[in-house]
Design a protein around this ligand. Sequence first.
Ligand SMILES: Nc1nc2c(ncn2[C@@H]2O[C@H](COP(=O)(O)OP(=O)(O)OP(=O)(O)O)[C@@H](O)[C@H]2O)c(=O)[nH]1
Ligand SMILES: [Mg+2]
Length: 351
Amino acid sequence: MNFVDEARLRVVAGDGGDGCAAFLREAYRPKGGPSGGDGGDGGSVYAIADEGENTLLDLRSKRAIKAERGEDGRGKHQHGKKGSDVFLRVPVGTVFVDDETGQIVADMTEHAQVALLARGGVGGRGNARFATATHQAPRRADPGTPGVQREVRLELRLLADAGLVGLPNAGKSSLLARVSAARPKIADYPFTTLAPVLGVVRWADDKTFVLADIPGLIEGAHEGLGLGDRFLRHIQRTAVLVHLIDASGCSAERAVADFDTVQHELHAYGEDLGARPLLLVATKMDLPGAVEQLPELRRLLGARGHQVYAISAATGQGCRELLRAIGGAVDQRRIAAAALGQSERDQSSHA
Ligand SMILES: Nc1nc2c(ncn2[C@@H]2O[C@H](COP(=O)(O)OP(=O)(O)OP(=O)(O)O)[C@@H](O)[C@H]2O)c(=O)[nH]1
Ligand SMILES: [Mg+2]
């Protein structure tokens, strides 16, 4: 089962810069004092929680996050510059675990929360710091201390944005496997999927949503028949339901009747599932039977005001367009939810 989005990273803070050992040598001051400046502190690596981030997908391609080293001190009392810090943006809900100790390093629960992942090293002192009344020409200068390095595991509990529903064998798992990195079991018998599987789908350069594949629904599912009902709660919070219809082996009328069965189960389950935005998808378009039935299916469902997408998980045909439609619906819902949250915040601040 894959309810968790994961990534692994090495976070490397910058080392402190070295202190400098130097003496002033000026024409008019032949025996100048110690003038070595301190090294700058190394930059630290921080995590920052950001509502605008939804997955850890972008971080998976990264190996290490490094902050800058502090600059070395120089002569004439010049201190080295501090290395810049790095802020790693992660979705709210991300937990950082130290890979070696298993300890939780940071638990990002709130928007804009900042947590230290690796502290930068401290700059070394220059020799100017070591001068005393009795020891006026110290040669000692300290090296900077190393920055902290650690391997961290990032974990994010996923909530599905979109849910795949349909009869057993409709091709739900095949679609999820086609469009995400999830690898659900696929087979030509009903109830192949026994538990929900989630996958992260990238549908544009900087846009993703989480798609849930749940076991197939059959008549009586809301009363506990089959398996699907137990998992309907996993799609309760989705922005959109994607209903897959396989017409490759039956008539369009039969496919519509099957569609009604599943819709009836969703309505009967309650929780507003029946009223959820819905996308209809005819599957297995690489098979001649499906191609033959598509026009009639579109006519029958079109008469009820439904648009029907057509895809093949086998060839990928139509998938891109479908993902754009799902992504658009998910986006709309997020925008509406953000606006609702804002107006609630406004109201409570007026109260
Ligand atoms: N030719 C063809 N076969 C497909 C396509 N999509 C799915 N199948 C086949 O249909 C069968 C069922 O696919 P699944 O993806 O397991 O269906 P499911 O809806 O997840 O089924 P359950 O988990 O039992 O509810 C498998 O044999 C798949 O290989 C497709 O686009 N083209
Ligand atoms: Mg399945």
